[in-house]
Design a binder for this molecule. Structure first.
Ligand code: 13P
Ligand code: SF4
Length: 312
């Protein structure tokens, strides 16, 4: 075993720490993690761990969500600069103003938001439970959905709702090329297209399966097909390939083939060296203002409770 991995393991035991990782992180981070999952599973896992220290290998909002769920634990992240373009597309002050312009609306926010946005939200959702949580409200409920316009449009279309959408998006998921996916399909006619709902509707229109990272992974495992074109951040291919070594996973190409735009540069800031340093030095640590956290926990807890009732 590599020396760094041994040292991380030793620190973990000494400090009663756990490492959580999102499917979009580098394979070596996923391989060393105690738990790898999508946003919902990471939040659910955080809610039940008895570790004293949690290292969240993901992005900043995942660290914040973990800290809000576990206020008495130390929550560390390997790199404080691991942000999220989607969360950044929804500044809390502007979102709060938008919410106060529509006082008769229920506010549903995607988990990819800051704690301050969650604090003005009635219920948080992830891509795993967004559809069911929206459907748990009466058909005529007035709803604000933020911040992802692509996910919001998708949920509007599958639930036949007309939620008011915040105009945000993820820079990775907006980049997939319809033309290149169509071209790939010509060369791989039996390949299933798996797409995350943060993709544009023109990409989703080509998809055989639309779902969260966990849902896409499950679809790949359960399918009889041998080839898949995957329209989401390419880190998920690590677990797909691990679970299905006999199948072929082709990352959907971005519009600009000279860039690695289907990689989330924020997720990729998580490295083994930074993971070691953060466990060793117990920094950077995620802290959330108590007043904000006390409000945000209500919308997060509501999501966890509804998800538990739905068996998600
Ligand atoms: P998941 O809900 O699939 O984890 O998606 C998180 C995310 O950041 C997508 O870009
Ligand atoms: Fe945010 Fe997009 Fe990265 Fe997901 S892939 S963490 S939405 S920037």
């Amino acid at each position: 075993m590599n020396e760094l991995i041994k040292a991380i393991d030793k620190l973990k035991k000494e400090k009663n720490a756990v490492i959580l990782a999102h499917y979009y992180t580098e394979g070596e981070i996923q391989d060393i993690a105690d738990f790898v999952g999508d946003s919902l599973a990471l939040a659910q896992w955080a809610a039940k761990t008895d570790a004293d220290v949690i290292v969240m290998c993901g992005v900043h909002f995942m660290g914040e969500t973990t800290k809000i769920i576990c206020p008495n634990k130390k929550v560390l992240v390997p790199d404080m600069n691991a942000g999220c373009s989607l969360a950044d597309s929804c500044p809390a002050d502007k979102f709060a103003a938008f919410v106060s312009e529509h006082p008769d609306h229920t506010v549903i926010s995607y988990v990819n938001t800051t704690a301050a946005v969650k604090a003005v939200t009635d219920v948080v959702v992830t891509s795993t439970n967004a559809r069911q949580i929206v459907e748990s409200f009466p058909a005529d409920e007035k709803i604000i959905f933020g911040p992802d316009r692509n996910l919001g449009n998708y949920i509007n279309s599958v639930t036949n709702r007309n939620m008011l959408l915040w105009d945000g998006a993820c820079h990775v998921h907006e980049q997939f090329s319809v033309e290149k996916i169509v071209e790939l399909k010509k060369n791989h006619p039996s390949a299933l297209v798996l797409a995350h709902p943060e993709c544009k509707n023109t990409v989703l229109a080509l998809a055989d399966v639309v779902g969260s990272t966990a849902a896409l992974l499950k679809a790949a495992i359960n399918s009889d097909q041998k080839e898949f074109i995957v329209a989401t951040e390419s880190g998920i291919l690590h677990e797909m390939q691990k679970q299905c070594p006999e199948k072929t996973f082709i990352p959907a190409p971005p519009n600009d083939s000279t860039c690695a735009c289907n990689e989330c540069s924020f997720m990729r800031l998580n490295t083994l060296e930074k993971l070691y340093n953060c466990l060793n030095d117990e920094t950077p640590e995620i802290l959330v203002d108590k007043e904000v956290a006390d409000k945000a926990i209500k919308s997060i807890k509501r999501m966890l409770d509804i998800s538990a009732q739905l068996g998600l």
